[in-house]
Design a protein around this ligand. Structure first.
Ligand code: KE4
Length: 433
C-alpha cells in the first residue's frame, strides 16, 4: 500500500454529505479502525482504490460477486439489457427466466417473488408467514441478521453487532414485542419462545449458515429438531439464505442440509452485484401474495430487467459449472488452514470454518456455536490483523461479525499470497514494542 491520502480526503468530504460518510454502516471501518478505502474499480479478483492501491478482494460486495469483478459474461448481459431500456414497471420475459432457473433447482420451491434487497425479501417473507398463519409472533436468533426491517432489528448481527448495539432505537416496542429471541444451536431456547408466545408464532427465521456473527453454521441435528418443532406448532420455517444462497453450495444450505424450509429468502448472488432480493416457497403459500391473494407486497423496481440480466447470467454460469464449488471450497479451506497456521506460529488462538465459498475465522480459543461465543472473540486482535492485511493488499471483511468469500477469479497463487501476508501480519501484530 502506497498512500491512502485520496481516501482520507474522500472520507472527510463524504462525511459532510452522507451520515458517517457511507451508505451502509459496516463500510465505515468502525469495527477495525482507520480510513475506509474508497474504491475506484474492480478487476477480476482485485479491488483498486482511488490511491491506486490494489487488493485481493475477499468480500466481493459482501457476497454477490462469486465470479469476481467485471465478469465478461455478466457485463455483456447487462450491456445488452441496458440497450433495451432500464426499467418498464411492466412484466418482462427475463423475470420469468430467472424465476424458472431458481425454482427448478429446488423441490420445495414452486414460486418466487423478486424484490430489490435482502431486507425487502425477508420483510415480505415475514408478512407472508403472518398472513398465512394469521399469527403475529416471530422467532429469530441472537446474532442472525436479516436486514434492517423493524421486527428483525432485535439482537441482530452484522453491523449492529460490530457497533455493539444489537438492537436499534426507533423500533417501536409495540413491534418488537412480537419478536422472540432464541439462542442459535439451542433447541430448548426455541421451545421456550413457543411456550412464552402461547403458540402464537407465525414463523421461525434462521440463517441456516449464519454469516452475520462471523461464520457460524447451524448443527444439522438442530435444524432437524427446529423443523419438527415448527411442524408441531404449525409455524412456518424460513431459511434466510440471502448470504448463504448459491454461496455455500449451488443450493446454498439446502445443498448441505436435508432440512427443507417453508419459505426461503435470497439476495446477493442472484443479482450478481445489482439490487435483487427474492423470497420463495410452495405455491400453496406463495399464492397468498397479491395480486393472487390478500397479502400485499409491491415494488417499483422489483424484477428490474437490468438486475435480472445480471442475476440470470450469474446463475446460468453456476448451474452450467457446478464443479466450480469444489475449487471454491478448496481455496476457502486452504486459506483458513493458512490463517490458522499463521496464528499458531505466533501462539495466537484462532478457530476457522468454511462452507463452500464462505469462510470465517475468530480470534478465539473455542469453537463458536452461538452469538454469546462470537461476542467473546478478540475483536481488538481482529482489527489489528485486518489493518495489517490491508497494508499487504488483502481486503478482508471489516468486522469479525461478518463472513469472507472466495470468488472464481481468486487463483491458488492469490491464496498463497494471502497466506504469506497472514504470516507477516501475525508477526507484526504480536511483536512486542
Ligand atoms: P440487504 O438488505 O443488505 O440486501 O440484505 C439484508 C440481509 C438479509 N439477510 C442476510 C442473511 C444478510 O446477510 C443480509 C445482508 N448482509 C450484510 C452483510 N453482513 C450486508 C452488508 C451491509 O449491511 O452493508
Amino acid at each position: 500500500m502506497t498512500t491512502l491520502d485520496n481516501s482520507i480526503d474522500a472520507f472527510r468530504e463524504a462525511r459532510e454529505f452522507i451520515p458517517g460518510g457511507v451508505d451502509s454502516p459496516v463500510r465505515a471501518f468502525k469495527g477495525v479502525g482507520g480510513t475506509p478505502v474508497f474504491i475506484d474499480r474492480g478487476e477480476g479478483a482485485y479491488l483498486i482504490d482511488i490511491d491506486g492501491n490494489r487488493y485481493i478482494d475477499f468480500v466481493q460486495s459482501w457476497g454477490p460477486l462469486i465470479f469476481g469483478h467485471c465478469d465478461s459474461d455478466i457485463e455483456n448481459a447487462v450491456i445488452e439489457a441496458v440497450k433495451k431500456g432500464l426499467s418498464f414497471g411492466a412484466p418482462t420475459l427475463i423475470e420469468t427466466a430467472l424465476a424458472k432457473e431458481i425454482t427448478t433447482l429446488f423441490d420445495n420451491v414452486d414460486k418466487v417473488r423478486f424484490v430489490s434487497s435482502g431486507t425487502e425479501a425477508v420483510m415480505s417473507a415475514i408478512r407472508l408467514a403472518r398472513g398465512a398463519t394469521n399469527r403475529d409472533g416471530i422467532i429469530k436468533f441472537a446474532g442472525c441478521y436479516h436486514g434492517h426491517s423493524d421486527s428483525l432489528l432485535v439482537q441482530a448481527g452484522s453491523g449492529l453487532a460490530t457497533f455493539g448495539v444489537p438492537s436499534s432505537p426507533g423500533v417501536p416496542a409495540d413491534l418488537t414485542k412480537h419478536t422472540y429471541l432464541a439462542r442459535y444451536n439451542d433447541l430448548s431456547s426455541v421451545e421456550k419462545c413457543f411456550i412464552e408466545a402461547k403458540g402464537d408464532i407465525a414463523c421461525v427465521i434462521i440463517e441456516p449458515i449464519a454469516g452475520n456473527m462471523g461464520l457460524v453454521p447451524a448443527d444439522e441435528i438442530f435444524l432437524k429438531q427446529l423443523r419438527a418443532l415448527c411442524d408441531e406448532y404449525g409455524a412456518l420455517l424460513i431459511f434466510d439464505e440471502v448470504m448463504s444462497g448459491f454461496r455455500a453450495s449451488l443450493k446454498g444450505a439446502q445443498g448441505i442440509s436435508c432440512v427443507r424450509p417453508d419459505l426461503v429468502t435470497w439476495g446477493k448472488v442472484i443479482g450478481a452485484g445489482m439490487p435483487v432480493g427474492a423470497f420463495a416457497g410452495k405455491a400453496s403459500i406463495m399464492q397468498l401474495l397479491s395480486p393472487e391473494g390478500p397479502v400485499y407486497q409491491a415494488g417499483t423496481l422489483s424484477g428490474n430487467p437490468i438486475a435480472m440480466a445480471a442475476g440470470l447470467a450469474s446463475l446460468r454460469k453456476l448451474k452450467q459449472n457446478p464443479s466450480l464449488y469444489v475449487s471454491l471450497a478448496s481455496n476457502a479451506k486452504r486459506l483458513m488452514e493458512g490463517f490458522s497456521s499463521a496464528a499458531k506460529s505466533v501462539g495466537v488462538s484462532m478457530v476457522t470454518d468454511v462452507r463452500g465459498s464462505m469462510f470465517g475465522f475468530f480470534f478465539s480459543p473455542k469453537v463458536v456455536k452461538n452469538f454469546d461465543d462470537a461476542l467473546q472473540n478478540d475483536t481488538a486482535m481482529f482489527a489489528k490483523f485486518h489493518q495489517a492485511m490491508l497494508k499487504r493488499g488483502i481486503y478482508l471483511a471489516c468486522s469479525s461479525f461478518e463472513a469472507g468469500f472466495i470468488s472464481t477469479a481468486i487463483t491458488e497463487e492469490m491464496i498463497d499470497e494471502a497466506i504469506k501476508a497472514a504470516y507477516e501480519s501475525m508477526q507484526e501484530i504480536t511483536q512486542k514494542d
